[in-house]
Design a protein around this ligand. Structure first.
Ligand code: AMP
Length: 429
């Protein structure tokens, strides 16, 4: 058994910066935040890692003009990507060797049932994240690589894992279970986990703030509509339903994913169309949703085509909006009383036509959108329902990185104020 090195909390008392890492299979997004005022010091992205055409985009935000610097050429792996990001940060006087860095917060997609909260990474935690790879084969391996790379860079710092699934672990058992044979489900950990939890947590809390109420007092439906899309029903600050399931494939129509579908479609594709399991996986995850329906997954392009009279684009839009309406109705029933329906992420924050169409005809549920308010473009949380509406409709920009930084810093801070030893990075595994 390896022992976990620890760091006395008090040593980091003055450290008030958090680095947030979101590691994908061939990309790393990073943000450095100053937790004194929760401002960004720098943001960046390394993409196409391992290819000849790798690219790093780095934007320091400490000066007046935010000017993005670009590096091109092969960046071999995640370690090289993080090293390149560290060099860019150092060039701005924001080196990751700074004693001001308190912790590194990592987005981890799948935390299963075990991780209900942000968690300081130890050997044992890493092993458990690894054990979840079969239910998150695309995401967890990349997240693990990101953590190991960061540990190697700053072995003395706490690394904190913030899980996409954690916010949904409050769902009742009768919501999370699929109606299939219990033994089979349990043997393979098949149940509904939900994703985008960091966004749903942040946005539902912000929505309560917009209504001038405590999160415990309000029931909210959150519609996270990005390239991936999910809905959640949040009662008194706790998630009670969400649309994604074992994987992020279930639920709403997405950019490239089908969302809900009769599982027998997969048998049919196998038996009748002769497709392999991998081909069906690619079909449903990458070639379905908006892109499968009309060839485009960007809502701006779809709206442009609709304006030109394109019928396939119009059908795709209608299918997308119809699914949204079904979930709003279902979650209204689940919650019993709804205080707000909230739109967020790329489509939710920017597409007035989607918001208008999703709410149209739902007056009986107390839902109305004011056309003037809906047309306003803003980066701020805002109401788009008229004063008289029984249920608020709102747009709340999501900020997953800020939420990860907040959760990371709160965890490190709690340990500090309790004078606890913090586990820090491992480099020997
Ligand atoms: P996300 O995954 O949250 O970054 O969202 C990405 C998606 O948001 C894109 O695929 C577009 O469909 C959509 N999007 C971004 N900007 C706009 C916009 N101005 N109007 C409509 N849709 C947008």
């Amino acid at each position: 058994m390896t022992t976990t090195p620890t760091k006395k909390g008090s040593a980091a008392v003055q450290a008030r910066r958090v680095l947030v890492l979101n590691s994908g299979s061939s990309s790393v997004k990073y943000q450095l935040l100053d937790m004194n005022d929760r401002s960004r010091l720098a943001i960046g992205l390394v993409e196409r890692i391992g290819e000849a055409t790798s690219r790093l985009l780095h934007t320091p935000l400490t000066g007046g003009d935010a000017e993005t610097r670009e590096r091109t050429g092969r960046i071999a792996d995640h370690a090289a990507a993080l090293q390149a990001a560290a060099e860019e940060l150092a060039a701005d006087g924001l080196g990751l060797d700074s004693p001001e860095l308190a912790a590194i917060g990592h987005r981890v997609v799948h935390g299963g049932l075990r991780f209900t909260e942000p968690t300081v990474v130890t050997d044992e935690v890493l092993k458990e994240i690894e054990r979840l790879v079969p239910v998150a084969p695309l995401h967890n391996p990349a997240n693990i690589t990101g953590i190991r790379t960061a540990q190697a860079l700053r072995p003395d710092l706490p690394q904190v894992a913030v899980f996409d699934t954690a916010f949904h672990t409050t769902m009742p058992e009768y919501v999370a279970r699929y109606a299939i044979d219990v033994e089979t489900a349990d043997a393979h950990r098949i149940r509904r986990y939900g994703f985008h939890g960091t966004s749903h947590a942040y946005v539902s809390r912000k929505a309560a703030e917009l209504l001038g109420r405590a999160p415990e007092e309000v029931n909210v439906i959150v519609l996270h509509l990005g390239n991936g899309a999910s809905a959640s029903a949040v009662a008194g600050g706790r998630c009670v339903e969400t649309s994604m399931g074992l994987t992020p494939l279930e639920g709403l129509v997405m950019g490239t994913r089908s969302g809900d579908i009769d599982p027998a479609v997969t048998f049919h594709l196998k038996r009748v169309a002769g497709m392999s399991t991998d081909e069906i996986d690619v079909l449903l995850n990458k070639k379905s949703g908006l892109v499968g329906l009309c060839g485009d997954n960007d809502m701006r392009e779809i709206r442009r085509r609709i304006d030109e009279g394109d019928e396939r684009a119009a059908l795709a839009f209608n299918i997308y909006v119809h699914r949204l309406k079904k979930y709003i109705g279902a979650y209204s029933a689940v919650l019993g009383r709804v205080d707000a329906v909230v739109f967020t992420a790329g489509v939710g924050e920017n597409s007035a036509p989607v918001r208008e169409a999703a709410i149209a005809g739902l007056e009986e549920l107390g839902l109305v959108v004011d056309a003037g308010l809906n047309a306003v473009r803003s980066g701020e949380p805002r109401l788009i329902s008229p004063n008289y509406a029984r249920v608020a409709v709102a747009v709340v920009p999501t900020d997953e990185e800020l939420e990860i930084a907040d959760q990371t810093f709160a965890l490190v801070g709690r340990a500090e104020s309790a004078g606890q030893e913090m586990p820090v990075g491992q480099v020997d595994n």
